[in-house]
Write a protein that binds this ligand. Structure first.
Ligand SMILES: [Zn+2]
Ligand SMILES: [Zn+2]
Length: 321
């Protein structure tokens, strides 16, 4: 049996093979290089400054747990809290909550838990009886985006870090390309700065790491990771698109890295120019939601979150938000 040695230290046995850069690494070198790559992403986009008060959106999954762990290690002195939104998915949500509680203890960081059922009197399962019923993932995405921002804003945090990785980003970009959704293509960035006093800037420090790299990192560091998948996400469009993109990677290992680099370095600047020349810069008008007072792009109408809440209100009795 041929035992291949780690390409970096040349001593330990290689366990991880990174096809995109043709590197075989031992666990130690792999985790070290992974942390360095995240630091590089953070520094090159100036994502974090010393006086930031950071909220890390955690889900109990490999990505957000790795993110919290890496940020804690890289920026020990940074003011940082973990935020978990409990959507009330049977079994799954309480299982995930236990994992994030263990993670928070492991890091000695505060965990803020927001329970949809406790705060608003419904769970994500109630979405099924509404027009969002066929797309619970999209309603779930809207609810989570809104709540992470709202919670961070109410806590006076200066930034929110999410665990979106390379696979998530390529999947989203790929979808926007297919739809010809130029505005969303331009808006999807590693760092979304403040565009409104009530919008907390978002950062995605893991945008350069693949699913499998996040998985290995969490494994090697012994992080508490959920063992269940959300029952509502099974067979969702985004899961199917990810499978399709992985088929391409089997033939072209660097596909996702090339795709994202081409997009950010070559295509995005041209798209921005084109939008500007048509007089539709990225800044869309922002209005106050008449119900919750949070910012929305919908003029004189409830924001997307309040719309969903209203929709569910028609079905179950909901406490005032
Ligand atoms: Zn090594
Ligand atoms: Zn609202």
């Amino acid at each position: 049996m041929i035992v291949s040695r780690c390409r970096r230290c040349g001593v330990n046995r290689a366990e991880v093979y990174l096809a995109h850069s043709n590197l075989s690494l031992c666990p130690e070198c792999f985790t070290l290089l992974t942390e360095r790559r995240v630091r590089h992403t953070i520094e090159s986009h100036k994502m974090i400054s010393r006086d930031d008060r950071l909220g890390v959106a955690v889900s109990g999954g490999k990505d957000s747990s790795s993110l919290a762990y890496i940020l804690h290690n890289l920026y020990e002195k940074l003011d940082m809290v973990l935020i978990y939104v409990d959507l009330g998915v049977p079994e799954y949500s309480s299982h995930c909550l236990k994992k994030v509680e263990t993670l928070a203890k492991m890091l000695g960081r505060e965990l803020v838990v927001y329970s949809l059922e406790r705060e608003l009197g419904f769970t994500i399962g109630d979405v099924r009886g509404t027009i969002y019923g066929k797309k619970p993932c999209s309603a779930c995405g809207t609810i989570k985006r809104y709540l992470f921002n709202k919670i961070a804003y109410d806590l006076g945090l200066t930034k929110i870090a999410t665990g979106h990785n390379l696979d998530d980003t390529v999947e989203a970009l790929f979808n926007f390309y297919i739809e010809g959704n130029v505005k969303s293509l331009v808006r999807l960035r590693p760092y979304l700065p403040k565009t409104h006093p009530k919008i907390v800037p978002k950062i995605k420090p893991l945008i350069g790491l693949t699913d499998i790299e996040c998985y290995y990192y969490a494994e090697y560091k012994g992080l508490p990771i959920r063992a269940l998948e959300c029952q509502f996400s099974k067979g969702s469009r985004s899961v199917r698109r990810k499978e399709l993109l992985n088929t391409i990677v089997e033939k072209i290992p660097s596909f996702k890295h090339t795709f994202i680099n081409s997009h950010y370095k070559r295509i995005l600047p041209l798209l921005e120019q084109a939008l500007k020349s048509q007089g539709q810069g990225e800044e869309t008008e922002i209005y106050d939601c008449p119900i919750c007072g949070m910012p929305t792009s919908l003029k004189g109408m409830p924001c997307h979150f309040c719309k969903i809440v209203n929709m569910i209100k028609g079905k179950v009795e909901v406490k005032v938000s």
